[in-house]
Design a protein around this ligand. Structure first.
Ligand SMILES: NC(=O)C[C@H](N)C(=O)O
Length: 164
């Protein structure tokens, strides 16, 4: 199976900068490369298109993501995105894309600090794309992959939960 991965930053990718004394979104794919190295039956095409905390996203950043999806020849796309505004980006592209399976994912804890959550969220997106699912826009977080608008970030528990 072939999967295009569009990396747009967020906590998933963050690393500690000891000089500045803070976590930053790097412009590389080190976090992702670490995960995909252990997936031998999937061919990944990874593109780093935006490197930001999603709270800093502009309309232009969302247009960049949309254009990448529209120009991609791949049917299967995973988008690494910050969790704070993944709902806004998925809603923005929702009516503009057809004929593709797109799974957004991210993490609450950086891969550089604890690999478990980021690896699980990303891996379940791969497993989901490998199943006979319908085209659409989905979100993969915390043990669940569903249609994107059905999974919401509950800030009181620091986790994504399925909407009732
Ligand atoms: N967990 C995260 O990704 C939160 C981060 N502020 C972001 O939206 O990029």
């Amino acid at each position: 199976m072939k999967i295009t991965v569009l990396n747009t930053g967020g906590t998933f990718n963050k690393r500690y900068n000891p000089i500045k004394g803070q976590l930053e979104v790097p412009t590389d794919n080190i976090a992702l490369d670490k995960i995909v190295k252990s997936c031998h039956n999937v061919q990944f095409d990874i593109k780093n298109i935006v490197s930001k905390d999603s709270l800093d996203f502009t309309q232009e950043d969302r247009e960049t993501i949309l254009k990448e999806i529209q120009n991609s020849t791949s049917e299967n796309i995973i988008i690494i995105h910050g969790t704070d505004t993944v709902d806004l980006t998925s809603k923005f592209i929702e009516d503009k894309i057809q004929g593709k399976k797109i799974v957004f994912t991210g993490a609450m804890v950086p891969m550089s600090i604890d690999e478990v959550e980021a690896t699980m969220n990303f891996s379940q997106a791969i497993g989901f794309l490998n199943a006979p699912i319908e085209n659409g826009i989905y979100l993969s977080m915390h043990g669940v992959v569903v249609e994107h608008s059905k999974l919401v970030k509950d800030r009181s528990v620091g986790q994504f939960l399925v909407k009732n």
